[in-house]
Write a protein that binds this ligand. Structure first.
Ligand code: ADP
Ligand code: ADP
Ligand code: MG
Length: 663
């Protein structure tokens, strides 16, 4: 085993790898960017090396600096985590040239699986079933259209270099083919610098079932399947193992195909073979096809660890340090059922926009595994993936695991940023999901109900006013109140974008009547704290004027000062604001240009998405306050329009809200 390794990553995966290193007695070296100088992964490491400024191109993608850091600190090996350099064969070559060990597959294996078309050809030759389609070099638009017709619509256009659901277009009708091809190519060119595509038959009501494989270069085993069918726009949201409805025959067929695939490229380390499954008629051994291989540790690997009891990172380190495969196929068993869900800082009502913020509180309940790279007080920055944590539950059967997931989500506390917790909780409550009827279209079909806002009960709102008045703590003196006189106090706050008000009235010691718009809530303080209409008060956290209450749902209110409000309500109608922090990709207008409502103005890239900001109204560009390639903060004014008459303002504001869109 190694004495010391460097982990070329950040966030939860780095912390997770370090936990295994500790257990194995291996010392760790972290690397970090300026944005991460105080990050958890840095504080967990035995040593840490600064790479450079926040942008990934200057830090976590600087393979040269990372190799040098490993040499300087005496690390013998580099674990790449996932993302960043994990599937970059040139990095593997650089690591090995420096005399270090790459904890992962060979550069050749990564190259073999790097492009989807080449990988599919290779798998076809090895006898692994692949999705029917066109994998040719001829990329002429007419040829591609003819091939699509031969395959039969609907078809899927995929970037051969694709990943993370980018460069992929579903085409249902021959009429739409040319346009879809253009847009898939454009996206692939920007994201991967390679606009070659392949065409696949689109499998109806598909399930995404992948198999975890592990090799030592000579032998390979599989560690069963994971079902990742719960996806939003081709991105996984909840994963589970084993797959619901899996039969012994199907598992054997998929496991054998996955091991064949791994052996065909002499695979060493942890990898995943992703299959698409036609589940329109149950799970049948002749209805699954190879989609792609991910030559790295997968985000969702913990569900496999839960059901097999294997520490996959430990296996990676053993095999990379020269040990043979730690187990034979016959040693591996499935115990119980596991779910993983990805908790993100994102604004669900705004269309799942990535969010940022300082975490006033981050707390997870007992009874689940929470893999996280942040703590209370840390900041989710605009620079990297906004994942806060992965929550993993493991129970003897699927129903109890799902219940544990629901309970775990309900008891997870995040304050200081918006999150997708409510969406995940709604998904965990979805009856079709509970029945195991999962397919990749489930979330899309029910997106409206899954993202519907949970109304805040008056009880929770009333309690916020009590917190705002400084009366929530058990021993708080009733400041500002005269005990026996019915004195009133007025609290103003903002909730869901609306200004609200509560009147607190003392009705004797330890008793407050809270009047909201049309409701009255009765609050009494007993030995266990406050009760509101007889129910125990929810937990809360206060940071300055921001109060987060963990009641029926996580509710955030901002205590307002009438003076602040007057300033905030000032006209912003002439400015086009950045909806979130990001990188300005391109600017389509210059000063003096006339624009029509809906015209493309700025393309902003934030996290892995592009957002087109359009003109909120007709007008003339007065100023451009950003530059292409520049970083901007949330709410920064990017473009200003010439002012228009006052009466038009309110109309413009209404438009500005709808003017953002995700291309
Ligand atoms: P898939 O490629 O099948 O979508 P994953 O969901 O594991 O598999 O990952 C999608 C891509 O985004 C991968 O390249 C992965 O390494 C990267 N990725 C996913 N989640 C994160 C994250 N939280 N931080 C950094 N990179 C991530
Ligand atoms: P990426 O590299 O972006 O992860 P994949 O090829 O793994 O791309 O596909 C991502 C997702 O797209 C799959 O998990 C599945 O939901 C959907 N998908 C891919 N291929 C097909 C297909 N042929 N038919 C139906 N859905 C598909
Ligand atoms: Mg994939």
């Amino acid at each position: 085993m190694f004495t010391r390794i460097l982990i070329a990553n950040r966030g939860e995966i780095t912390c997770r790898i370090m936990r295994t290193c500790r257990h194995l007695g291996v010392q760790t070296v972290a690397v970090y960017s300026d944005a991460d100088a105080d990050a958890l992964h840095v504080s967990m490491a035995d040593q840490a090396v600064r790479l450079g400024p926040a942008p990934v191109a200057d830090s976590y993608l600087r393979g040269d600096l990372i190799v040098q850091a490993a040499l300087d600190t005496g690390a013998e090996a580099i674990h790449p985590g996932y993302g960043f350099l994990s599937e970059n064969p040139e990095f593997v070559d650089a690591v090995e040239t420096a005399g270090l060990v790459f904890i992962g597959p060979s550069a050749a294996a990564i190259r073999a699986m790097g492009l989807k078309d080449a990988a599919k050809k290779l798998m076809q030759a090895a006898g692994v079933p692949v999705v029917p389609g066109y994998l040719g070099d001829d990329q002429d638009a007419d040829v591609l259209a003819q091939e699509a017709a031969k395959i039969g619509f609907p078809v899927l256009i995929k970037a051969v270099a694709g990943g993370g659901g980018k460069g992929m277009r579903l085409v249902e009708n021959p009429r739409d083919f040319a346009e879809a091809l253009d847009s898939a190519r454009a996206e692939a060119r920007t994201a991967f610098g390679n606009d070659a595509v392949l065409i696949e038959k689109y499998i109806q009501s598909p399930r995404h079932i992948e198999v975890q494989v592990f090799g030592d270069g000579a032998q390979a085993v599989h560690l069963f399947e994971r079902d990742c069918s719960l996806q939003r726009r081709h991105q996984k949201v909840i994963e589970e193992a084993p797959a619901p409805g899996m039969t012994a025959a199907m598992r054997t067929a998929m496991g054998d195909a996955a091991v064949t695939a791994a052996k065909a490229i002499g695979y060493a380390g942890a990898g995943t073979i992703e299959f698409i499954v036609d589940a329109s008629d149950g799970l049948r051994p002749d209805r699954f096809w190879f989609m792609e291989m991910n030559t790295r540790l997968q985000v969702e690997h913990p569900v496999t660890e839960a059901i097999t009891g294997v520490d996959l990172v430990e296996w990676q380190m053993r095999v990379a340090s020269g040990e043979p495969l730690p187990a034979r196929q016959s040693d591996l068993r499935i115990t119980g059922h596991a779910f993983e869900t990805r908790l993100y800082a994102e604004d669900v009502p705004a269309g799942f926009l990535p969010a940022t913020g300082r975490l006033d509180l981050l707390a997870f309940p007992a009874g689940l595994r929470a893999d996280s790279g942040v703590r209370t007080g840390d900041t989710i920055s605009p620079w990297y993936d906004p994942m806060i944590a992965k929550l993993i539950v493991h129970r003897p059967d699927r129903a109890s695991a799902l219940q544990a997931l629901r309970d775990g989500l309900r008891a997870t506390r995040v304050a200081g940023t918006v999150t997708n917790l409510g969406f995940l909780a709604a998904l965990a409550d979805h009856p079709g999901f509970a029945a195991g009827q999962v397919d990749t279209g489930l979330i899309g079909r029910d997106i409206a109900s899954l993202t519907a806002a949970v109304p805040c009960p008056p009880r929770d709102i009333a309690f916020t006013a009590i917190v705002a008045a400084g009366l929530a703590e058990l021993n708080a003196a009733l400041t500002g109140f005269t005990l026996w006189a019915a004195l009133a106090r007025r609290i103003e706050f903002r909730l869901d974008g609306a200004d609200r008000m509560a009147i607190l009235r003392t009705d004797g010691p330890d008793r407050i009547t809270v009047a909201l718009d049309s409701q009255i809530v009765d609050a009494r303080r007993g030995p266990d704290g406050w009760r509101l209409d007889r129910q125990a008060a929810p937990a809360f956290v206060r940071h300055g004027n921001r109060i987060t209450v963990f009641g029926a749902a996580t509710m955030v209110v901002e205590i307002t000062d009438p003076l602040d409000r007057a300033v905030a309500a000032g006209p912003v109608a002439d400015g086009i604001l950045a909806p979130m922090p990001g990188l300005v990709r391109s600017i389509a207008v210059s000063v003096g240009d006339p624009v029509t409502s809906g015209d493309r103005m700025v393309v902003l890239e934030a996290m892995k998405m592009e957002h087109v900001l359009r003109a909120p109204r007709d007008g003339v560009i007065a100023a451009v306050h950003c530059v292409a390639g520049g970083q901007v903060t949330a709410k920064a004014v990017l473009i200003a329009l010439e002012p228009q008459s006052d009466s038009a303002h309110s109309d413009t504001k209404r438009h500005a809200k709808g003017a953002r869109e995700r291309d």
